[in-house]
Design a protein around this ligand. Structure first.
Ligand code: FES
Length: 184
């Protein structure tokens, strides 16, 4: 007892070390618990790397990862019918009236470019440029043109014919149903 009272301060501090160490452990536990809570928060908030393709416009200059939803699926909206409902009808959704698609040209409606390279032959492509994701803006002279960097695509098969785009516009299956071009 007297030992403790006569020990220098340094020793007394040393004697307290086990308590201090315990305090440190406790502090670490708190920190770890906090980290665990953060992790749970991350799970709940679904934080982490966003791997979706939306909003990634290829700032690196590479080809845009164009992954359009098939016509009539939940992600597609032809827009030509004024309907905002998505994914309810499946195939058969009207993309455009056949009469509105000029022979040797095409129109841009909703998410699609619908072309008529030869009389009575219709094609539909995603309107999203495969370069960096701009929507194409014009169909003229047998090509579909993107305004951002002037990539052009064939109205026959969507293949790139000029500019920086290297990939074809994805084609969508369609059919003629009466007076309309509809998703197959
Ligand atoms: S986004 Fe660059 S040409 Fe279309």
């Amino acid at each position: 007892m007297t030992d403790v009272q006569t020990r220098p301060d340094a020793e007394i501090t040393g004697a307290d070390e086990p308590a201090a160490a315990t305090g440190t452990v406790a502090t670490r536990r708190v920190v770890l618990a906090g980290a665990g809570a953060l992790g749970a928060g991350c799970l709940l908030a679904a934080c982490g790397t966003d791997t979706s393709s939306s909003g990634t416009n290829g700032a690196n200059g590479g080809d845009f990862t164009n992954d359009p939803a098939p016509a009539g699926s939940a992600g597609a909206d032809a827009g030509g019918t004024g309907s905002t409902g998505k994914g309810s009808s499946g195939g058969g959704k009207t993309l455009v009236a056949a009469a509105d698609v000029p022979e040797g040209g095409g129109v841009i409606k909703g998410d699609y470019v619908i072309t008529q390279p030869q009389k009575g032959t219709y094609k539909a492509f995603s309107k999203i440029c495969t370069h960096q994701g701009c929507p194409v803006s014009k169909v003229d002279g047998g090509v579909i043109t993107c305004p951002c960097h002037n990539s052009t695509f064939s109205i026959e098969d969507g293949s790139p014919t000029g500019g920086p785009a290297k990939k074809a516009l994805p084609e969508t299956e369609i059919k003629v149903d009466g007076d309309n071009i509809v998703a197959a």
